[in-house]
Ligand binder design. Structure first.
Ligand code: AP5
Ligand code: ZN
Length: 216
């Protein structure tokens, strides 16, 4: 199965991608996670991406596409993958179609997670991410058992730099202007299915699996 998750920042793409990838036994490929790993590792790619990410802007397509091309060429992604956070604009989507086509592959499904903006702001402003294992929690919706400590690995929970209110608003503008056009792009290709991404995490997972399994 080759699938893409689309949705505004805070829709729960990362949360769902983690669970869905393991349910479907395919690798999760999250461009945001790969960029953040590079930023913390102090790599050249990380240094380049950081200023864009801190502002809530998209990292340039050439850089992002090359990174995705390398990741999808790895053996574990040969038979399937779940993309989270990529593509992020129509140019990236067109590039992805061509890259897959050149290697005899194609997408099976694009799943849109729908959440209203007010909920997104609440989710992002309360999000906490683990420094140790990357696990994501929420101060109110999924409160850690011990304050500031990851439930999974006991690592330190921190707030992402781009989860400040002004940056959240800017990321939402970028989503509306650059990413939302993907919804009609993929609808035209007959690949898009949308689900409501409000409600409990396991309820959203159930809806998502129903769609993905039907397209597998
Ligand atoms: P990225 O990491 O992709 O950020 P994003 O799209 O803004 O998505 P988020 O990670 O903020 O949200 P999410 O939908 O994964 O939500 P989550 O599951 O964490 O990108 C970051 C930056 O990298 C970009 O701004 C850009 O600079 C760069 N970048 C990345 N990809 C790029 C690309 N393709 N091109 C160019 N640049 C790129 O959930 C949010 C919170 O809600 C959590 O606290 C969670 O616990 C909680 N939650 C989740 N589900 C529920 C639920 N059902 N009920 C209640 N709470 C919930
Ligand atoms: Zn952890």
């Amino acid at each position: 199965m080759r699938a893409v998750l689309v949705g505004p920042p805070g829709a729960g793409k990362g949360t769902q991608a983690q669970i869905l990838a393991s349910e479907l036994s395919i690798p999760k490929v999250s461009t945001g996670d790969i960029f953040r790993a590079n930023v913390s590792g102090g790599t050249e790619l990380g240094n380049l991406a950081k200023s864009y990410m801190d502002r809530g802007d998209l990292v340039p397509d050439e850089v992002t596409n090359a990174m995705v091309r390398d990741r999808l060429a790895e053996p574990d992604a040969r038979e399937g993958f779940l993309l989270d956070g990529f593509p992020r604009n129509v140019a990236q989507a067109e590039w992805l179609n061509k890259m897959l086509d050149d290697s005899g592959r194609a997408l099976d499904v694009v799943l849109e997670l729908k959440v209203d903006e007010e909920e997104v702001v609440k989710r992002l402003s309360g999000r906490r991410t683990c420094r140790g294992c990357g696990h994501v929690q929420h101060v109110a919706y999924d409160p850690p058992k011990r304050e500031g400590v990851c439930d999974v690995c006991g690592g330190e929970l921190f707030q992402r730099d781009d989860d400040r209110e002004e940056t959240i608003r800017h990321r939402l503008d970028v989503y509306r202007e650059q990413t939302e056009p993907l919804v009609s792009f993929y609808a035209n290709e007959g690949l898009l299915t949308a689900i409501e991404a409000t409600g409990a995490v396991d309820e959203v997972t159930r809806r998502a699996l129903e769609v993905l399994r039907a397209r597998d």
